[in-house]
Design a protein around this ligand. Structure first.
Ligand code: ADP
Ligand code: MG
Length: 421
C-alpha cells in the first residue's frame, strides 16, 4: 500500500515500464465511463494479465454494492465514480458493508484531490487513480498490489529469433550481449534456449556447462541462487546459461519452466539476452510474447520475408502495449544473389528495418573460428558499425558508456576479491 504522503498524480505510467506479471487472480471492474471501460478492456487482454480473470461492467460503485450483496467479492475490485469527495466516501461506506476484508479495492475517480486520496488510503483502499486511465497504468497498479516493489523486476528481456535457420540470429544476439556488457557496462546473461545445437559456448570459446538442463528439470526449485550456480562466466559482466550441446538427451521444455527461469534471472540481472532457436512450439511463442523486446533476424529473400512477417504479425497482435519487434536484415549483398531490397522488405512488413548487416564471410568466419566477437575481430567493419547502432537502439541509451581505465569499480581492479562463479 502506498504511503499517505504520495499524491495521486504520481501514479503515472512510464512509456515502456518493466511491469511484473499479474498473478492468477479475479479482478472485477465497475466502470462509470466508456473510456475507463475501454482502458480496462485493453489491460485485460495484455500479456501481463493473461493469468488473471477479468470481469468488466458499467455502473460504478453502486452497481458493485448491488452485485456483491449476493456473491463474494473478488481479489481485486476496481470501482469508478464521477462523484464529489463526499459522494465517493459515502458510496464506499456502503461498499465496505459488502466487501470481504481480503479484497483489494482500487478506486478510480475524476478528481485530482490529495485529501480524498489520503482519506481513501486511511480507510484501507489500496490505490486511487485519476481518470482518464491508460491501460498500462491499470496493469502496473494491479501488478504492484501483488509484488513487493523491492522485488519488482530489474531486468529487461531481449529475445532474438531467426526467420529461418542460419540467418545469423545467434551471432547477432551474442554480439549484442557482449556489447551491452562491455560498452554499456551492464550485467548481462545470455540464455541459450537451443539446448542441443546452441552456439553461444562455441562463439565465446567456452565449454558450455549445460546448466539450463538442471533448471528446466526442476522448475519448482528455481530461484536466483540456483540460477547463479548454473551460469558460466564469459566476461566481467557477461554470463551464459545454456544447454550442454549434443543430442544425447531428450528435452521436454515447458513454457512454465522458461517463465520461471527468465523470471528468476530478471529479478537481479539488468539485461537478459535470449537466444531463441528457429522452431515453433508453445514455449517458443511464450518466450517471444513475454519478452520486453524481440529482434527478428532475416536474410533478404522470400522464405525469410514470409516467416518474418508471420512472427511479426503474431507478436504485434499478441503484444498491443509493447514496442514493435525490431527487424534486422542480415547477410545482405551476397555476390550475384538476387535479393529483396531493404525498403521493400520493410514495406511488406509494415515497419522500418532496424539494422542492415552486410554479408562478410571473412569477418564472421574469423570471429567464429576464433571464438571472438565481431567487435573484437573487426571493430571498424560495416557489420560492427551496424551492430553497434542496433545495440544503441535496443539499449535505449543515448550513447555507449565510455569505459575509462580510471573509473572501474573497485572489484574490477581486484579480481581476486570477486566471487568465483
Ligand atoms: N553477416 C554475415 N556475413 C557472413 N556470415 C554470417 C553473417 N551473419 C552470420 N553469419 C554466419 O552464419 C552462420 C549462421 O549464424 P547463426 O548465428 O548460427 O545463425 P542462426 O542462429 O540464425 O541459425 C554462422 O556461421 C555465422 O558466422
Ligand atoms: Mg541460432
Amino acid at each position: 500500500m502506498n504511503s499517505a504522503s504520495q499524491a495521486p498524480t504520481m501514479q503515472q505510467h512510464s512509456d515502456n515500464p518493466l511491469v511484473a506479471l499479474v498473478p492468477r487472480i479475479n479482478i472485477h471492474a465497475f466502470c462509470d465511463n466508456q473510456q475507463t471501460a475501454e482502458a480496462m478492456q485493453a489491460a485485460a487482454i495484455d500479456r501481463r494479465m493473461s493469468r488473471a480473470h477479468v470481469t468488466i461492467q458499467l455502473g460504478g460503485i453502486m452497481a458493485a454494492v448491488q452485485v456483491f450483496q449476493s456473491q463474494p467479492t473478488p481479489n481485486v475490485l476496481i470501482v469508478e465514480s464521477h462523484g464529489s469527495r463526499d459522494v465517493i466516501l459515502a458510496e464506499l461506506a456502503q461498499l465496505a458493508s459488502v466487501c470481504q476484508p481480503n479484497t483489494k479495492v482500487v478506486v478510480v475517480g475524476h478528481l485530482n484531490d490529495v485529501i480524498l486520496y489520503r482519506e481513501l488510503i486511511r480507510q484501507g483502499v489500496s490505490e486511487y487513480l485519476v481518470a482518464p486511465l491508460h491501460q498500462m497504468q491499470v496493469i502496473e497498479t494491479i501488478a504492484n498490489l501483488y509484488n513487493d516493489p523491492k522485488a519488482a523486476p530489474v531486468g529487461r528481456i531481449v529475445a532474438f529469433v531467426g526467420a529461418k535457420g542460419g540467418v545469423g540470429s545467434s551471432t547477432i544476439a551474442h554480439n549484442f550481449a557482449w556489447q551491452m556488457s562491455k560498452r554499456y557496462a551492464t550485467d548481462t546473461v545470455i540464455t541459450d534456449l537451443d539446448l542441443a545445437f546452441g552456439t553461444a559456448g562455441l562463439n565465446f570459446n567456452q565449454d558450455a556447462a549445460g546448466g539450463i538442463i538442471d533448471a528446466l528439470g526442476q522448475p519448482d526449485r528455481i530461484d536466483a541462487t540456483l540460477i547463479d550456480r548454473l551460469l558460466t562466466k564469459l566476461g566481467d559482466k557477461l554470463s551464459l546459461l545454456s544447454g550442454p550441446g549434443g543430442v544425447d538427451r531428450d528435452f521436454n521444455i515447458e513454457a512454465h519452466a522458461v517463465e520461471t527461469i527468465l523470471g528468476a534471472i530478471r529479478g537481479s540481472v539488468p539485461c537478459i539476452v535470449v537466444d531463441v532457436p528457429n522452431m515453433w512450439a508453445p514455449w517458443i511463442k511464450y518466450t517471444l510474447v513475454h519478452s520486453d523486446q524481440v529482434v527478428i533476424t532475416a536474410t533478404p529473400e522470400l522464405a525469410s520475408l514470409r516467416n518474418a512477417k508471420s512472427i511479426f504479425d503474431m507478436l504485434k497482435l499478441a503484444r498491443p502495449n509493447d514496442t514493435m519487434p525490431k527487424i534486422v536484415l542480415n547477410q545482405v549483398g551476397v555476390a550475384k544473389r538476387p535479393e529483396i531490397p531493404a525498403a521493400e522488405f520493410g514495406k511488406a512488413l509494415g515497419t522500418e528495418i532496424s539494422a542492415i548487416i552486410p554479408y562478410d564471410a571473412q569477418t564472421f568466419g574469423t570471429a567464429q573460428s576464433n571464438g571472438q566477437m565481431i567487435f573484437e575481430v573487426a571493430p571498424k567493419s560495416k557489420a560492427a558499425e551496424a551492430m553497434a547502432r542496433l545495440a544503441q537502439l535496443l539499449s535505449g541509451a543515448e550513447k555507449p558508456i565510455k569505459a575509462s581505465k580510471f573509473s572501474l569499480p573497485i572489484f574490477d581492479k581486484l579480481p581476486l576479491l570477486r566471487k568465483k562463479q
